[in-house]
Design a protein around this ligand. Sequence first.
Ligand SMILES: O=C(COP(=O)(O)O)NO
Length: 249
Amino acid sequence: MGRKFFVGGNWKCNGTVDDVKKIVATLNAGDIPSTDVVEVVVSPPFVFLTTVKSELRSEIQVAAQNCWVKKGGAFTGEVSAEMLANLGVPWVILGHSERRALLGETNEFVGEKVAYALSQGLKVIACVGETLEQREAGTTMEVVAAQTQAIADKISSWDNVVLAYEPVWAIGTGKVASPAQAQEVHAGLRKWFAEKVSADVSASTRIIYGGSVSGSNCKELAGQTDVDGFLVGGASLKPEFIDIIKAAE
Ligand SMILES: O=C(COP(=O)(O)O)NO
C-alpha cells in the first residue's frame, strides 16, 4: 500500500516576527515535490500559527505543537482542539518527548489528547520514543509499544494519525539514529500494528522518524523500507529543510 511521504517541521519554541517572515519566504520559494509525492506540515509556535497559515503556499499545511485534552473552558493558558479546528488548523503534534519529560505528560494523558483532537476533526502527529537509558537497558520496543498502545486504547481509527518515532537521545543532539536503528524500530512498530491493531492499519499508517534529521542524513534514512518521512526540529528552521523535503523524491 503506497504511503505518501510525510515531512513535518517542528519549530518548537523558536522565532521572532522577522525570523518567521524569512522561514515562510524560504518555504514559499522552495523547489519542493508536488503534493502527490510528499505531504509537508510545518508547526510554528501558537503565536505565529495564523500568520504562517495565511502567508504560506497552499501546498504546505500547518500544525499546532499541542492542544488541550478536553473541551475548552477554565484552563488558563491552554489552547483547545476546537479552537484549532475553528481556525482551520488541520494538524496537531501530540505527545512530544519534551512535553512528556518537562510537563509530565503520561502515556494515558497523551492517548486521551489524541482521541480528543481526532474527535474535533484534527489530524494528529503522535510522538513516541525512548530515552538513552531505556535504549541502553534494551527496552526500546517495550517503551514505544506501550506509548503506542496507550493511544490505540483510546482511538478507533488511525486514518488521521501519523506516528513519529523520535528517540529522545537523538533529539537536538546531532546524534541521529543510524538508518539501521531507525528501520529496526519502525519495522517493530509496523509489526506491532499488524499484531495489535490490523494488517490494514499496519500497511497504511505512516511512521516517520525524528531526531537530528539534516540535509546530509535524510536521503539514507528515507531509503529505509519503513521510514515514511520525518519530523524535523532544528533543521526545519533553516533552508536545508527544502533538501529534507526533497528526500521524498
Ligand atoms: O524534536 C524533534 C526533532 O528535533 P531535532 O531535529 O532538532 O533533533 N522533532 O519533533
